[in-house]
Every structure is written in C-alpha cells, then in structure tokens.
Design a protein around this ligand. Structure first.
Ligand code: SF4
Ligand code: SF4
Length: 204
C-alpha cells in the first residue's frame, strides 16, 4: 500500500511563497485561510547571520490526533495515507483543531461566506466558484491536493516550487525521491515526541 508523504529541503527553500499562492489558487481558499505557509528564522550574530525558510503543511500524521478525536467520522485516512475531511460529515465541533499539535486545522468562518472578501455581501467570481467546495463552519486542511494526486499529478505547491524544495512521493517505496532524501540526508519529522508519526520530513 502506498504511503504518500513530502520532504522539505531547507537548503533549497528561498522563501518566495510561490507554493503558498499556488495552494490558495488550486484550492480556492478563502481570505485568511492557508493550507501551507513558509516561516522564516534568522540565526547567527551580525555580520554572520543567516535566514532559513521553513515550509509548513498538514503533516498527514499516521497516528493522527485529529482523526482520533473526530466524533462524526468526518476525518479519515484513505488507503494511500492522506488524511481527509468529509465536509458532509463534519459537524464543526473544532475538536480536531484543538487536538492537532501543529495548528494545521482551520474552522471556516461562516461570516466569510456571507460578507465576502470586501465585506459587502457580494461575492467575487473567484469566491463564488471557490466557496462551492466548502461548507461554512466546517474544518478544513491540506490533503496534498488529493484531486491532483488522483489525476496522477503532484500537489500544486510541489509543481510550482522553483527550487524543488518540496519533494512528494510514496514513502513506502524505498526508491521514491522522498524516501531516498530521508535516508541520504537524515530526514527529520516535526515534533516526533508527540507520537503522531508525520509523513512530512525536513532535510537540511
Ligand atoms: S498535522 Fe494536524 S491536521 Fe494534519 S494529520 Fe496531523 S494532527 Fe491532523
Ligand atoms: S470539526 Fe468536523 S472534522 Fe473536526 S472533529 Fe469536529 S466533526 Fe470532526
């Protein structure tokens, strides 16, 4: 069985945020909602300073706390390991948002759907088509662009990254690009002490 995962190469990321824009566009995300972000961290002492960019995303945990606490079965893991949310089953209780140790859940603000981006009650064409994908008040998160994965494509952030800092593939396949990177460059998972077994790794 496949186990889809992602590796972030911290040496390659230049913090351009092209991935963030691609994700917003692909998933028609409402104002203020992000499925991926790029954090930046400055280190060293002047004049010998350096900035490292750290992409973040839902870690598609193998032992996902968000799934364990979901009372309606809305959060589930599909066969290829991608953690999904069924918007028709989600009751908007926010338990997943509280349980996620990585703060990767967003509860969709009902007002956003009524007021629109400019607060006038009129939705832009982008909002109109985008909001059809969502149910106000429910929980959303990254699902590795499952619609693209099903079509044999990489997630939008991976396809867009100009420096190949995001590497996607099957972690169960020892010859996949992410598996090789994890092995060769000692890949590390975020907050391993939480016991969530993320399918996202970092190499530097
Ligand atoms: S990172 Fe958070 S939202 Fe994503 S699978 Fe893990 S616990 Fe769930
Ligand atoms: S908000 Fe929805 S997905 Fe999250 S725990 Fe509640 S029912 Fe499950």
């Amino acid at each position: 069985m496949a186990k889809m995962g992602m590796v972030f190469d911290l040496k390659a990321c230049i913090g351009c945020n092209a991935c963030v824009v691609a994700c917003k566009q692909e998933n028609s995300l409402p104002d203020g909602v992000f499925f991926t972000r790029t954090l930046s961290y400055e280190h060293g002492t002047y004049p010998n300073t350096r900035r490292t960019y750290i992409p973040t995303i839902c870690n598609q945990c193998e032992d996902a706390p968000c799934e364990k606490v979901c009372p309606s079965g809305a959060t589930f893991t599909r066969e290829d390991g991608i953690v999904m949310v069924d918007r028709d089953k989600c009751i908007g209780c926010s338990s997943c948002a509280v349980a996620c140790p990585y703060d990767m859940r967003t509860m969709l603000d009902k007002d956003m759907f009524e007021k629109g981006l400019f607060g006038t009650g009129e939705l832009t064409p982008f909002e109109k088509q985008g909001y059809e994908r969502f149910t106000p008040g429910t929980s959303v998160k990254c699902d590795f662009c499952s619609q693209r994965v099903d079509a044999g494509l990489d997630p939008a952030c991976v396809s867009t990254c100009p420096t190949n800092a995001r590497i996607f593939g099957d972690l169960d396949d020892p010859n996949s690009a992410p598996s090789k990177l994890i092995r060769d460059r000692d890949g590390r998972q975020p907050l391993p002490e939480k016991g969530t077994k993320p399918k996202v790794y970092y190499v530097d």
